[in-house]
Design a protein around this ligand. Sequence first.
Ligand code: SAM
Length: 180
Amino acid sequence: MDFGKFHSQLELPFAETENEFLGDIFNTLELEFGLKYASNQKLIDLGAGNGNMVIFAALNYCIKAFGIELNLNLIKEARSRIKLLKKEGNYKKRVLKKAKFKRRDFFTYNLEEYDYIYIYSLPSMHKYLKHVVRTAKKGAIIITHRHKLENFNSILEIEYILTHKRDKQEFFTFFYKKIS
Ligand SMILES: C[S@@+](CC[C@H](N)C(=O)[O-])C[C@H]1O[C@@H](n2cnc3c(N)ncnc32)[C@H](O)[C@@H]1O
């Protein structure tokens, strides 16, 4: 057993980005950060869970969307969702092919090819992600859901904070640009 990976999943359990917030997150990417339908832009979700974010990107924006995830069961669930969508026949195959999932550890992943990097993690994990964020190209947009990144000032600039409201509670999504 790889105890490093096991520990990592205990530190960061699965919780999905709420469907009701996804539309606003992508609208913001489109309006503020140049996301274009059917472009060559690439998105990655670090710790993709059951694929919510990645599948949304592929279906609604037709861009290459990758999810890396440690938990094999969640990867299987994400792939089954794609299979089901194929069966239902409401989306073209070439659109569904845009969503891909791999079993990888985000602590050892290189981000240089991605334009949009999504992270729904915990502040306790963020500090261990700095070396990973460093591999992103200059100008890449890093999006963190619910929790802001602390002490990334030398490499990231905060560009936008999106407020979501639910049951009189407020939740935030943070948008950063890689500056060096
Ligand atoms: C809070 S969930 C977010 C799920 C998804 N991104 C979403 O927004 O719906 C975090 C995910 O990260 C995964 N995870 C934890 N450590 C990981 C690691 N080192 N590499 C890849 N995935 C990891 C967990 O299994 C979990 O599914």
